[in-house]
Design a protein around this ligand. Sequence first.
Ligand SMILES: CC(C)(COP(=O)(O)OP(=O)(O)OC[C@H]1O[C@@H](n2cnc3c(N)ncnc32)[C@H](O)[C@@H]1OP(=O)(O)O)[C@@H](O)C(=O)NCCC(=O)NCCS
Length: 153
Amino acid sequence: MSEMRLIMPAPQDWAKLEQVEEIEQAAFGVDGLSVFNISLFARGDSLYCVSIDGRIVAEAIVLYALPSEKLDAVLFSLAVHPDFSRRGCATFLLNKVVEILKDKGFASLSLTMNPENVALKELYIRKFGFEKKADLGSHPVKKETRHLVVKQL
Ligand SMILES: CC(C)(COP(=O)(O)OP(=O)(O)OC[C@H]1O[C@@H](n2cnc3c(N)ncnc32)[C@H](O)[C@@H]1OP(=O)(O)O)[C@@H](O)C(=O)NCCC(=O)NCCS
């Protein structure tokens, strides 16, 4: 497979943002972000993508808390194009995001997940060492359990 590259598309690079939208819709259906909202995240330096041969194959959206004693970042979204799953794209992207956040002085990265999702348990808990911080109860729409998990950086 060709080399993976980390890119941060510009907020008006519609061709690339439409590829991100396609990945969001495939992963999250009606909850997937529209190209307009993705553009806003790009404007806030929150959109990180993996590109292979110029095509976007994975995306992550990271939110940054206001400066307080310890800087915490939140992984709002992470998705890989179905044609590129199980090839290490999520691992590559998460490693890059963690590296960048560490360099910027962030203390932790947190996210919410369904603890019964085997792929996410494998990825976040086993591979990346996220730890459960709180049980958030049932998701109001999906009716599935959510856990807040945190990785110290
Ligand atoms: C979950 C997701 C991000 C994984 O992306 P990926 O690029 O396929 O993941 P990687 O290839 O980097 O795999 C990393 C590890 O995750 C685990 N994993 C990934 N997919 C898995 C699956 N279907 N079943 C079991 N474990 C899985 C494995 O431990 C894997 O390591 P290994 O291949 O060395 O065994 C991707 O399947 C996806 O976009 N899912 C839909 C959206 C979603 O649920 N996003 C997360 C919530 S925000």
